[in-house]
Structure formats: C-alpha cells, structure tokens
Design a protein. Structure first.
Length: 320
C-alpha cells in the first residue's frame, strides 16, 4: 500500500460525527471536524463532509468506524439520540457510487479494539479488549493481530452477556450486562429501585433521572446513591468476569461516555468482586488514552497495518 495515500476518516456515533484526513502512517493531516450526527440523513451528511475533505486534499479511500450493526457496507441498525432505531442505511454503496472510491465500514467498538492494538496501550500485548461503556456496552477484541468476529460479526456483543436477574433486558436478552451497567441501563435500574423504595436521597425524580445523576449523587456521598452504585458494580464485575473468561485478554481498555468519565469510581467498586467471577488472571484494566478520537484511529489502523482497503461490500479488517 502506498504510504502517500490520503484516507478520509469518519468516526460516527449516535451523538457526534467526527471526520479527518490522514496518510497510512499518520497523524491526522488537518483539524478534526466534529458535528452532531444526523442519523436519519446520514448519507447526505457524510457525503457533504467528504466533499469538504476532498477540497483539502485528493482522497484515495474512505474508512468509517460507525456505531451499530454493519452488514456488507450497510448500516443495518443504528440508535438515535432519541433512543429510536434507524435501519438499512446503504452508506458504503452510496459513497462508492458517488465518489468512485473504495470504502471500508466497521463497527465502532471493533474499530476501537484495533485502534488500541495499533496506536494505544495494546501495542505490546497479545490479546486486547477495548470495552465501550456508553449508552450501551460493546467491545472490540484483537487476539494476536486478528479481530475476533465470529460467524456473523457478533462475537463481541458483550453487552448482551446475561449476568443479572431476568427482570431487566436489552435487545430481548434477559439479564443483559448493559441492562444494568450502561448509561441507559443504569438510569433504568435506578429508576426501578427508586420507585420501590422511600429512602431520603438527593437523586432527582425517577422520570428525569440519568446515569450522570447517580454519579453526581455519589460524589456528594449520598448513601442511597452509594448503595445503588455498589449493586451496579457487582453486576459490572460479573460482566467483566465473563468477558475475561471468554477472551482471556492481557489488557482491557475502557472508553465511552460512562466508562471514561467515571473510570476510577467504577473500577474501585468493581475490582474487589472480579476474582470471584474469573478463571484466568485478571488483566490490566485501564482507561483508554485515545479519547474521543478512538474511532478515527480505528478507521485508520488497517492502513497503518498495510492492508489494502476493502470494497463497500466487504469489511475485512483483520489479518486473515
């Protein structure tokens, strides 16, 4: 692969869309643009951003890390900030047809795992898991340079590990990890508890409560909030323990709006419970150093590794 290629990079989440350009050997060649994601108008938004990037430099390929389920260059399913779901966005084929460029689209969690392997803390490790704890919970797993995918690309849907009581669910999976420990899950779990208890607390009315409110109340040393977070972190230990048993990583990095912002608080309350859920040794667990740009790094990583870009109807990013 020519090192003088210019790659248009996109990191697309339900909330924000980031874009930049880079050569395979990096770094990002200009400023990173950030704008709110328009999920229902995503094809037009990305094409407009690509036009703007093309005005800066001649583009040779497009690489995208995107939240949601990706199938043959199509975004099969992606959440909106309003907690709706938009399906079947043919983003890869649209870009390829409009710009006659090779396009690579990868799930953002998987791309983040590869970003850690190539650019982050995972460079000197054998098996790296990047755990995204945000609105939901997801992971990217890279084992000796190979992305772990499974038969249909769902091997690292760790947020659906069943680790808790079945009265809470996510994606119709009862007891799912993210039903208790993601941003959406924390808010729902705490609302359920508040509706059945009458203890005095600084937590707001259940109808308006968010995960951020729980962590703010913990910072105020509210006894009820502390109790609830302790319960959540026991479930989190079961989820992390299951992840460790499944993949046996020697490094776990953590990102996402919940995981990164509250890393020390969550880890401090989760670690004491971890060993009871794990057979392999508990690996190093640390906050990602790649920040909000981890999706862009993940989109660039395959080019730094020397892999030719895949067409829009294929998404191989691993070494085999």
């Amino acid at each position: 692969m020519a090192v003088d290629q210019t790659i248009a990079l996109f990191g697309i989440g339900s909330t924000n869309l980031r874009s930049a350009i880079s050569s395979p050997d990096g770094p990002f060649a200009a400023e990173i643009d950030v704008e709110p994601t328009r999920v229902r108008d995503l094809e037009s938004q990305v094409c407009a951003r690509l036009e703007a990037l093309h005005a800066r430099a001649d583009i040779d390929a497009v690489s995208i890390a995107c939240a949601g389920l990706i199938d043959d260059g199509v975004i099969a399913e992606i959440d909106t900030v309003d907690d709706d779901v938009v399906r079947d966005i043919p983003l890869g084929p649209t870009i390829e047809d409009a710009f006659d460029l090779p396009v690579r689209i990868e799930n953002d969690c998987t791309a983040a795992g590869l970003a850690e392997w190539v650019y982050g803390a995972g460079q000197n490790h054998d098996c790296v898991v990047h755990l995204t704890m945000g609105t939901g919970i997801g992971a990217g797993v890279v084992d000796h340079g190979h992305v772990v995918r499974g038969a249909d690309g769902h091997a690292a849907e760790v947020g659906l590990f069943p680790i808790g009581p079945p009265d809470r669910a996510s994606s119709d999976v009862p007891g799912a990890w993210e039903a208790y420990c993601s941003g959406r899950g924390i808010a729902g779990f705490v609302r359920d508890l508040l509706e059945t208890e009458s203890r005095a607390t600084v937590l707001p009315d259940p109808d308006a409560l968010t995960a951020r409110d729980l962590f703010d109340a913990v910072a105020e040393d509210d006894p009820v909030a502390n109790d609830y977070l302790d319960r959540i972190c026991e479930y989190n230990a079961a989820g992390l323990g299951t992840l460790i048993n499944a993949y046996n990583p020697d490094l776990i990095t953590v990102g996402g709006g919940v995981g990164a912002a509250n890393f020390e608080t969550i880890l401090e309350r989760t670690e004491p419970h971890l060993e009871q859920f794990t057979l392999p040794a508990v690996p190093t667990i640390e906050k990602t150093t790649l920040g909000d740009e981890i999706g862009l790094y993940g989109a660039l990583a395959p080019y730094a590794m020397g892999h030719e870009p895949a067409p829009a109807k294929s998404i191989p990013m691993a070494n085999g």
